[in-house]
Design a protein around this ligand. Structure first.
Ligand code: 3Y8
Ligand code: NAP
Length: 248
């Protein structure tokens, strides 16, 4: 009997949860607890870390989990690494639902960098209006370049002081081309810093950047261990032994 653990927290995970609920598959949706009011799910939900690899392995055993779907964000590297280790230890089938990275299109001005530190180093010397579209957790290194006027975008209002002077937009997305164009133009943004998240939920800023001929410092994805991966909810449902209703 299938009992799936969905490591969630993304729009793809939310689409998967709806399909799983529709198919009547026994499953638990898991959030890391990063946001104050995550979107509700049509599945039993748990929130917070498991306690590393051993905590996740114990959870799998105690909950009788038969399948794990890693539907976390491509930059949730620690969670993904732990899932590979815990599923290997407990011999539990694992599949990753991982959307393809964005690919540079004609007209894109990308400066592709490996990580946050390289993104900071890629910023111009002369003061500019910079949109940091990388959330809240990893912005501190940008305090090394205080000459710029930064716009940040968080899911929840900031708690406490920011590591540097910045203007914060509070919005959880997904975002539209129209709203991104308006935001970039009204704030006279000259540079965008983004992670190569892939998917549709956050690509509007990339399309808006192209339309406005803006340079985009694009942070590449972290390396993850080898694991079975698919790019669609339909493939996950087939892996779970169920037909998806999505456009079927
Ligand atoms: C808690 C679940 C939906 C899902 C929305 C997707 C789309 C918007 C793109 C920008 C980039 C960013 C950020 C982003 C995207 C979707 C999707 C996606 C980027 C929620 C969610 C959780 C989180 C955690 C949050 C991080 C932050 C990252 C904001 C829910 C809304 C910047 C990633 O304050 C914090 O601590 C926030 C932390 C991890 C990155 C960071 O380092 O700050 N996501 N995002 C999940 C959990 O607790 O397990 O609250 O409902 C999910 C979504 N985030 O359709 O409703 O791709 O799926 N999320 C990045 O760099 O790409 C926004 O602003 O343009
Ligand atoms: P991370 O750095 O890879 O994970 C750090 C620790 O947080 C993990 O080891 C685990 O703690 C806990 N954790 C993370 N995701 C979890 C989940 N879905 N369920 C239970 N525990 C989880 O994670 P992150 O990058 O902060 O991402 C956290 C959440 O936000 C994930 O659900 C992810 O899908 C979502 N998200 C992240 C981004 C991003 O840019 N990183 C973007 C959109 C959405 P233990 O070791 O104690 O088990």
């Amino acid at each position: 009997m299938t009992r799936a653990l969905i490591l969630g927290g993304t729009s793809d995970a939310n689409t998967l949860a709806a399909e799983i609920a529709r198919a009547g598959v026994d499953a638990i949706y898991s959030y890391g607890g990063r946001t104050r009011a995550p979107a509700g799910q049509p599945l039993p939900t748990r929130t917070g870390g498991f306690g590393g690899v051993s905590g996740l392995a114990d959870y799998i055993r105690q909950e009788g989990i038969t399948h794990v779907v890693d539907a976390t964000h491509p930059f949730a590297a620690e969670m993904s690494r732990n899932a590979v280790a815990a599923c290997t230890e407990t011999e539990t089938p694992l599949v990753a639902l991982e959307r393809a990275p964005w690919v540079k299109a004609a007209g894109d001005h990308w400066i592709e960098v490996a990580d946050i530190a390289a993104a900071v180093a890629a910023l111009p010397e002369t003061p500019a209006c910079i949109f940091l579209a990388i959330g809240r957790q990893h912005i501190a290194p940008f305090s090394e370049r205080p000459q710029h006027a930064y716009t940040l975008r968080f899911v929840d209002p900031p708690e406490g002081a920011l590591p540097f002077e910045a203007d914060v937009i509070v919005s959880r997305g997904p975002f539209t081309l129209k709203s991104e164009l308006e935001m970039l133009q009204s704030r006279r943004i000259a540079w965008i810093v983004a992670r190569n998240s892939g998917g549709d939920g956050a690509r509007a800023k990339i399309d808006a950047g192209r339309a406005l001929d803006l340079p985009v410092i694009m942070i590449s994805r972290p390396q993850l261990p080898e694991r079975p991966r698919v790019e669609s909810v339909v493939e996950v449902m087939a892996w779970l032994g169920h037909r998806a209703c999505l456009g079927a």
